[in-house]
Design a protein around this ligand. Structure first.
Ligand SMILES: CC(C)(COP(=O)(O)OP(=O)(O)OC[C@H]1O[C@@H](n2cnc3c(N)ncnc32)[C@H](O)[C@@H]1OP(=O)(O)O)[C@@H](O)C(=O)NCCC(=O)NCCS
Length: 157
């Protein structure tokens, strides 16, 4: 996409490849209390029903964010979404999710699901702004705190 005033120039999207993973792991560790390991990311890249995108800055040198999801029939399970801490609140999270929805939609995805911590108000606000609605609770979903997960759903035509 072209330069926008509050965004880094030349934001590009592509499928995540092994060489992106060191930057992805760095962002992951700075974003989550229970981060995925390099091994988990590597396994996700090999799943036949899995997909992923990297959002990168100019010439793909800097990873700005990433997302992983599964598509099974018309259902999409969003597994992992993060934006680099230095680039948050500039619209990149919304851009990343919009790209994910478009790509998964092209592969037949119609019903999008994700789990989010009740304490993660930033992510909930992002999902809400994209039209995701509460769809239930998964009790004691998170091992580290025993927190429930809020299940959210978006349906597209
Ligand atoms: C959640 C996350 C991806 C949002 O990325 P971002 O690039 O900062 O999001 P955006 O700038 O696109 O924000 C889009 C909307 O989300 C909401 N939002 C984002 N961050 C917010 C915050 N800290 N507080 C309140 N609302 C927030 C706002 O509604 C915002 O719209 P606005 O800026 O017009 O008010 C980012 O904070 C992140 O990577 N967090 C750590 C990892 C994580 O929690 N992932 C989700 C797990 S379920």
């Amino acid at each position: 996409m072209p330069c926008a005033s509050s965004l880094p120039c030349h934001v590009t999207f592509s499928r995540i490849e092994i060489h992106h993973l060191p930057q992805v792991v760095d962002i992951e560790q700075r974003s989550f209390t229970c981060p995925w390991s390099l091994r988990q990311f590597t396994l996700e890249l090999a799943r036949p029903y899995g997909d992923s995108i990297i959002m990168a800055g100019e010439a793909e040198r800097q990873v700005l964010g990433y997302a992983f999801w599964w598509v099974v029939t018309d259902e999409v399970e969003i597994l992992n979404v993060a934006v680099h801490p230095d680039f948050r609140r500039r619209g990149l999270g919304r851009l990343l999710l919009t790209e994910l929805i478009a790509r998964a939609g092209l592969n037949g995805g119609r019903a999008f699901f994700l789990e989010v911590r009740p304490s993660n108000l930033a992510a909930q606000a992002l999902y809400d702004s994209l039209g995701f609605k509460p769809a239930g609770v998964r009790p004691r979903y998170y091992d580290d705190t025993g927190e429930d997960a809020l299940l959210m759903r978006l349906t597209i035509e």
